[in-house]
Every structure is written in C-alpha cells, then in structure tokens.
Design a protein around this ligand. Structure first.
Ligand code: F6R
Ligand code: MG
Ligand code: MG
Length: 367
C-alpha cells in the first residue's frame, strides 16, 4: 500500500488517581468506547488507549493527515467523556488540561499535547511511541540528539549507507514561537547551542537526509505558556520510526540507558532524572515522581497498530533505573535549593511574586 497514513498521539491529563499519580482504568475504558465509535464511523483506522502516569494517551492511525479536524474532534470528545467519568469519581484535577469549553477544529493550543506524522508505510514499519510524565517537551532533546546525531549511540550513522548522510533537526523556540532547521553532522555544534537549553528550545521533528522522510516528531505544547499560569507540566510524547533508513530499535532505546536530568517533578518546579520504566511502573509516587518515560513499540500494518510491546520492560534498563533512584536521592537532599529546585524564571508554580510583593518594603539599599 503506497497510500499515506497518519499516526497521531494526542494526550491530556484529565484527572489523577490518586492525586497526580495515575489514570483510573474507567477513564481508559470510556476513551476506548469513544474511539471505537469513531473507528466504526471510519474517522480512524485503528487506535490504542493507554496511560503514562496521570496522562491519558490516545494513539490513532488514519488517512486524514496532520491536524485533521475530524480526528482532533474525536480525541477531544474522548477527553470530554472521560472527564465526566473523572468528575463522577471526583478524581484529582478532573478536566485540568481541557483549557477551553468549546472545541474548534484543532486541539493545538487548547491544552492536550499532540505528536503526529504522515508517511507512506514501508514494507515493514516499526515505530516506538515514548510517553513521559512529570516533565516538559525539552526532555526529548538529549535522547533525540543521541539517536540521530551521536555515533557513540547510533552505530548506523557510521556503518549504514542509508544513514550515513545524517539527519535534519527542526527546532522550535517554545517561548517566541519560531522554528529553525539544522543539518547534522555539519551543524551539530550549532544545534547543540540551542537544544542544550531545553526549557526554551525543543526538537520538534527529525528527517532523514537520505530520503527526506520524517523520522521523529514530538509534542511541544507548553501548557503554562498557553494558559498563562501553572496548569501542570506538558508531559510530552515522542514518535520515532525505526530500522532500515532510521536508527534500529535498539539505537532508539539506547539513550534512555542514561537517566538524564530533566525539569518537572514535584509541582513542575524541580530537576530530576528521567527514569525509563515498564508501563506497570509508570505511576509516579515519590515526591510526585521522579519523572519517567515509557516506550511502546508497534508494527504498523496497513494502518493497523500491531502491538504494543512494552520496550522498557527489560532488565537491561535496571541499571538506568538504579542510577535514576540514586540521582533522585542526591537531588532531593538539596530540598528547596537550586539546582534541585528550578531557577526562578522556570518555576511554573511559585509563591515568589507574592512573597516579593509582601516583603518589598523591607528591602533596604546596601550602602
Ligand atoms: C507535577 C504535578 C504535581 C503537582 C502537585 C501539586 O507536574 O502534577 O507534582 O504539581 O501534586 O498539585 P496541586 O497544586 O494540584 O495540589
Ligand atoms: Mg496531573
Ligand atoms: Mg502528568
């Protein structure tokens, strides 16, 4: 089949069980019912509903391209219906990411996170969908760099003829809403100038320079910028195509063997390690964290989602989890001090302005 298909992952936190730790199974069931109706109507080809921490994840395939009003409407309906269930159970923060009462055309800018890619299905199409909780979109910068630009991670960059030309990175400035592309390996150092500052610059897409095809796409919505106030971290998702002209499955997973430090965790205001976990362990508890990531693998067959396979459910990630816990202990001992606590301008949940105002008169000039 040479027709294009679209893989859409749309997610939202619409109520936690208990607190902000996980999704109640009844919400998953309700969302499944709504998507099954959409599938019957022909809006989507296939779907899988899951959760990472307190975020409900709708994984869908269809033939309507990115930003399809029909597909976005369907996702919005699923979130609204599941929110009703969350409200009946009085789950915590029911409906929190649905920032508008009325849907118009597209969920972008309305609270949910979105990662979508449209491509011609290959003879065999392995994809991995990463879903993180208690962190922000820039969390993907380091692993994406490793997957697509670092030969110490991805052997194929050196030894596979179909990858040797490298990859193109599209980077977004999430504060000023502009984008730029970098061709790697030539522009690696320029790329790193920006993506090394993940609170502001986030990799949105990666393309093969051999074929021009899309290789990866992330969600880069920043809820606090949309809402103008704290409404939780974005808890981003990432889709990566694997094998052949793209990094192998193992090369795509390898960066997560190092639990790098990301922003998020308690009150979206702390640095902590990103712990790779199996789905059944994706329920943040300690200090509302530490931040974590799950990886679900699918083969796509004529738009059907054949999976999921829980890729981090593997003892080879045990040491990453152990290191993450050690890093978590170490950082926690800083309590309210930086660098555990985020720098003031990055804290999305803060009493600082109030305290500053209240104590404004008590500051005296230093002679
Ligand atoms: C972080 C997160 C939690 C909450 C915290 C306070 O992304 O979701 O750490 O920030 O539990 O939540 P509220 O203010 O809703 O009581
Ligand atoms: Mg939550
Ligand atoms: Mg969350």
């Amino acid at each position: 089949m040479s027709k294009e298909i679209t893989l859409s992952v749309i997610k939202a936190d619409i109520g936690g069980w208990v607190g902000h730790s996980r999704i109640h199974p009844d919400l998953i069931e309700r969302a499944k019912e709504v998507l099954a109706e959409g599938q019957k109507r022909g809006d989507i080809l296939d779907f899988h509903v899951t959760a990472a921490g307190d975020d409900l994840q709708l994984i869908m395939t269809h033939t309507q391209g990115d930003d399809s009003p029909k597909v976005h409407q369907l996702a919005w309906n699923a979130f609204e219906e599941a929110t009703q269930v969350a409200k009946a159970l009085k789950l915590y923060g029911a409906g929190q990411d649905l920032l508008s009462d009325a849907f118009s055309d597209n969920v972008r800018g309305m609270g949910p996170g979105v990662a979508e890619m449209t491509f011609v299905e290959r003879k065999s199409e392995p994809v991995i969908i990463f879903m993180a909780d208690k962190t922000a979109a820039g969390a993907w910068n380091l692993p994406l760099y490793r997957m697509f630009a670092d030969p110490f991670n991805t052997a194929g960059l050196v030894i596979s003829p179909s990858m040797h030309k490298g990859f193109r990175f599209e980077v977004q400035d999430v504060k000023e809403h502009k984008a730029i592309t970098f061709d790697c390996p030539e522009e690696m150092y320029d790329l790193l100038v920006f993506i090394g500052a993940p609170a502001r610059y986030a990799v949105k897409r990666v393309f093969s320079r051999n074929t021009g095809e899309i290789a990866a796409v992330s969600s880069t919505e920043r809820l606090s910028l949309i809402a103008g106030r704290y409404v939780g971290k974005d808890d981003p998702v990432l889709i990566v195509r694997c094998q052949s002209q793209f990094p192998a499955v193992g090369e795509v997973l390898e960066p997560f063997a190092f639990p790098h430090i990301v922003e998020g965790w308690m009150r979206g205001s702390h640095h902590g390690p990103l712990m790779p976990v199996a789905l059944h362990e994706a329920n943040p508890s300690r200090f509302d964290g530490p931040p974590r990531v799950v990886a679900l693998g699918f083969q796509i067959a004529d738009g059907r989602l054949v999976g999921p396979v829980d890729m981090f459910d593997d003892p080879s990630f045990d040491e990453a989890r152990r290191l993450a816990n050690q890093a978590a202990d170490y950082l926690r001992r800083h309590g309210p001090f930086e660098p555990h606590r985020l720098p003031m301008e990055e804290m999305e949940y803060t009493t600082m302005p109030e305290v500053m105002k209240r104590l404004g008169d008590r500051w005296t000039p230093i002679e």
